[in-house]
Design a protein around this ligand. Structure first.
Ligand code: ADP
Ligand code: 5GP
Length: 185
């Protein structure tokens, strides 16, 4: 690749299928590097420290923020999440395409600090389908689902702020479209 790869940000409402799409894409094309975020939320069954997230305490998150170690961070549905800055910059410098899977507030911060970043919005085929996916995943309590659906309304309204929208009807199709947007296929 001749051009320096761009940073790509993938956002979209909770339950739309971001993790599923990213997992499929990385299986097909392991050359994309996905940033591992720090979070104060507890691991879901099967989630591993250092692989899916760095699961940190509130105090550890305070320190990461105070020391300027995060490229962006946000509070989402009662927990804090942030992108470790150094690893993102190192991979971009090394010519590796970098993907961030973060929420709307984080995407806005990246747009400010790295205007060359490409912002991709993953949309559900319909509101009903989003509710079905979020509920069907079965990993959150009804209260948490309500908070995430409230956040989803806000996120869906912000879709025009993004450079591109992909509708997650087929995981395979969306993964392929995302790879094409990242210039790696
Ligand atoms: P997110 O990371 O955006 O919160 P997940 O990747 O956890 O969402 O997906 C939420 C649920 O929707 C999961 O149960 C997943 O299997 C399902 N899902 C994801 N993409 C699709 C799709 N294209 N069609 C049907 N179900 C999907
Ligand atoms: P979940 O708890 O379902 O893994 O993630 C909840 C939300 O937090 C999702 O919208 C996800 O994209 C977002 N998120 C994950 N990591 C980060 C991060 O580092 N920064 C920001 N701003 N959001 C994140």
């Amino acid at each position: 690749m001749s051009e320096r790869p761009r940073l790509t940000v993938l956002s979209g409402p909770s339950g739309v299928g971001k993790s599923t799409v990213v997992a499929h894409m990385r299986k097909e094309y392991p050359g994309v590097w996905l940033s591992v975020s720090a979070t104060t939320r507890s691991p879901r069954p099967g989630e591993q420290h250092g692989v899916h997230y760095f699961f940190v305490s509130d105090e550890e998150m305070d320190k990461l923020i105070a020391n300027g170690e995060l490229l962006e961070w946000a509070e989402f549905a009662g927990n804090r999440y942030g992108t470790p800055r150094a690893a993102v910059l190192e991979h971009l410098e090394a010519g590796v395409p970098v993907l961030l899977e973060i929420d709307l507030q984080g995407a806005r911060q990246v747009r400010e600090s790295m205007p060359e970043a490409q912002l991709v919005f993953l949309a559900p085929p319909s509101w009903e389908e989003l509710v079905r996916r979020l509920t069907g995943r079965g990993t959150e309590s009804p209260e948490v689902i309500e908070r995430r659906l409230a956040a989803a309304r806000v996120e869906l309204a912000a879709e025009p702020e993004f450079d591109v929208t992909l509708v997650n009807t087929s995981v395979e199709d969306v993964a392929r479209e995302l790879l094409a947007l990242m210039n790696v296929v």
